[in-house]
Design a protein around this ligand. Structure first.
Ligand code: M6R
Length: 611
């Protein structure tokens, strides 16, 4: 939610800041702005709407200078307008902010009482004034920022450019991500890695409470009480090309097609069928006792990651015979769950920065539960907060609609289930071998589904004008039905609801009219297949149009459904991963045929760092 960037070095700041914003535009596109120090003044340009509008303005009125900050906005306080666009200025500083100031009303009163005039409706402008007031009381900028932020509750990542100290930028973080990229006599600041990758792979992840002064050559970090903090750069493995579309029309499509590779990376060095062994990158050592005495699992997550968690409920529950409780992180936080002394909380998050999931992790820890994180981002807040982590290794995911992060999360849950099942003697050696070998076949099987992309596009074409869709699944494929519906809602803006197929007759069947598209996930799992076929008959009897996802070789379904998309045969345990892929393609093609903004869907941001 909002992306911020900064540059200090020998080069012109404007192109660097703007290209950083381009990489962060997935975080918000309600307005964009930039401030540059020209040697005498802080110069400002802001424009409503996406970055292209700001770029047009900068073409007419470029900014010169080697120190700059920028912002792309996802509106929280105040409508999208030029006045509400960042950076916000006071007499000495320009400030950009990502986050939400929760005690905004109280701070606003304080600022107004001091006689200061506000020009916007934002919480961010209040921050700028609080800092300015500290400067006016004689504090040096670094300490003025520290003092002002001490009174702020909520979340922030800020970059401050101060005309009194034009040899440095100041940054601070609490609850919202912020990174410093280290170059040769230059530093880059950004909310997320993609904005840094074309400049450097040496990256310092700021932690909550960090306040830093960043010069061309160096950076100094203190905490809010003024104590020094030591943060060293880490080297990120992703290459700059990861942030490019590589010939694909959209990042989402590129990322869908990257899944064979991503899943292969997820499995690499972790599954050893011949030795009946699974390696969890050291998480098994860090949580040895917890794993050995495991009696209950709670999984928390949001959005697509929550759907992976729901699939985990079936996969882990069935495979390990353990009770699994799943909750959306935003709900979990306000419940009083029983904490089993032999329980484990698993937090799933692509970004590792989702505010609700992070808060749930902190709450679980406070309640005495050990936490295992499943995340795509090494060093992210959730990974750092957890007791141990397993990285999904999906690679950089830029498309707002999550795809490869989801299938790699499911892959991790599958081998985690296998690991625990073996540890607790819940699986025979033979079954362990069969399933682990099937896991290793996944990349090839996903590849074969991707070859059907055009076929899926042709099916999607029939539904360009459909108003509402139902997605039905049973067992571990019910969460995949939810995910299929979410993908469609997110990028195609068509109403779509997911249901357990057996629940249809308890209410949702009333929605079915002549031609209502019903997507049915019907793998040949002996436990659910016949019942799902009956559900298809039920909706057909109400004149629905059925799009079935079935196992290759299933002839029966071809006679029942209007359209069939086949997935390769695998064990029941892995069908959710294969089922997810055609649903992503279906949503993508529909959105594309309807001319929607696929990588920047309305109202959405990739990483939700506000609660
Ligand atoms: O980074 P996270 O996995 O924690 O993000 C959670 C959700 O915000 C995210 O999955 C969201 O639902 C995506 N837009 C899904 O496509």
């Amino acid at each position: 939610m909002c992306g911020i960037t900064g540059y200090i070095g020998p080069k012109q700041a404007q192109p660097i800041v703007v290209s950083g914003l381009r990489c962060l535009e997935y975080r918000g596109y309600d307005s964009a702005g930039i401030a540059v120090w020209d040697g005498r003044h802080i110069r400002l340009r802001r424009a409503v709407g996406n970055l292209a509008n700001l770029e047009r303005l900068l073409k007419k009125k470029p900014l010169k200078g080697t120190l700059g900050i920028g912002h792309t906005r996802w509106a929280t306080h105040g409508r999208p307008s030029e006045e509400n666009a960042h950076p916000h200025l006071t007499e000495d500083i320009a400030l950009v902010h990502n986050g939400i100031v929760e005690n905004y009303m109280e701070l606003r009163r304080r600022v107004l009482k001091a006689g200061r005039r506000l020009k916007s409706e934002t919480d961010t402008e209040i921050l700028a004034h609080l800092i300015q007031m500290e400067i006016n009381h004689g504090k040096k900028p670094f300490h003025a920022i520290r003092s002002a932020l001490k009174d702020v509750t909520g979340s922030y990542a800020v970059i401050v450019l101060c005309r009194l100290t034009p040899d440095r930028l100041f940054v601070a973080r609490q609850g919202s991500p912020l990174l410093i990229g280290c170059g040769e006599s230059e530093h880059f600041i950004a909310s997320d890695i993609p904005a840094l990758l074309s400049h450097t792979r040496h990256i310092v992840s700021l932690r909550d409470g960090d306040v830093a002064a960043v010069t061309r050559e160096d950076y100094e970090i203190i905490d809010l009480s003024g104590e020094k903090r030591d943060r060293r750069p880490e080297t990120i493995e992703w290459s700059a090309t990861a942030a490019e579309k590589a010939g694909f029309k959209h990042f989402m499509l590129k990322e869908i097609f990257e899944q064979p590779h991503a899943i292969r990376d997820t499995l690499r060095g972790r599954i050893f069928p011949a030795e009946a062994r699974i390696s969890l990158d050291g998480a098994e050592d860090k949580l040895k006792k917890v794993f050995e005495h495991l009696r209950q699992i709670t999984i928390v997550a949001c959005g697509t990651s929550y759907h992976a968690a729901l699939a985990g409920e079936y996969l882990l529950g069935d495979m390990c015979s353990l009770p699994v409780v799943v909750d959306t992180a935003s709900e979990y936080r306000y419940r009083n769950y029983f904490t089993d002394p032999n329980g484990l909380t698993v937090a799933i998050s692509q970004s590792g920065e989702t505010a609700d999931t992070l808060a749930a992790v902190k709450m679980a820890k406070k309640n005495g539960s050990p936490v295992l994180a499943i995340s795509n981002i090494m060093g992210s807040s959730i990974v750092r907060e957890a007791d141990a982590s397993i990285l999904t290794r999906a690679g950089l995911e830029i498309g707002v609609a999550s795809t490869k992060a989801f299938t790699t999360q499911l892959t991790v849950l599958c081998f985690l289930g296998l690991y625990w099942a073996k540890l607790h003697g819940k699986i025979s050696k033979r079954d362990f071998k069969i399933i682990s070998e099937k896991l290793l076949e996944l990349p090839r099987q996903v590849q074969s589904i991707l070859k059907r992309s055009d076929e899926i596009k042709e099916i999607a074409r029939h539904f360009r004008r459909s108003e509402g869709f139902l997605f039905l699944g049973r067992g571990a494929n019910y969460p995949i039905a939810l995910e299929g519906a979410l993908k469609l809602k997110e990028i195609s803006y068509q109403w779509a609801e997911g249901f357990p197929a057996g629940e249809m007759k308890h209410g949702p069947i009333a929605l079915i009219d002549r031609g209502t598209p019903v997507v049915v996930l019907a793998p040949d799992d002996p436990r659910t297949y016949q019942k799902t076929i009956s559900n298809i008959e039920e909706v057909r009897a109400r004149h629905a149009t059925v799009i079935a996802l079935a196992t290759a070789g299933d002839k029966k379904i071809g006679q029942l459904a209007d359209h069939v998309i086949y997935i390769p045969r695998t064990t029941w345990f892995l069908t959710p991963i294969l089922m997810a892929v055609p649903l992503q393609l279906f949503a993508y093609h529909l959105a594309e045929l309807r001319g929607k903004s696929i990588d920047q869907p309305r109202n959405l941001a990739k990483s939700v760092t506000v609660e």
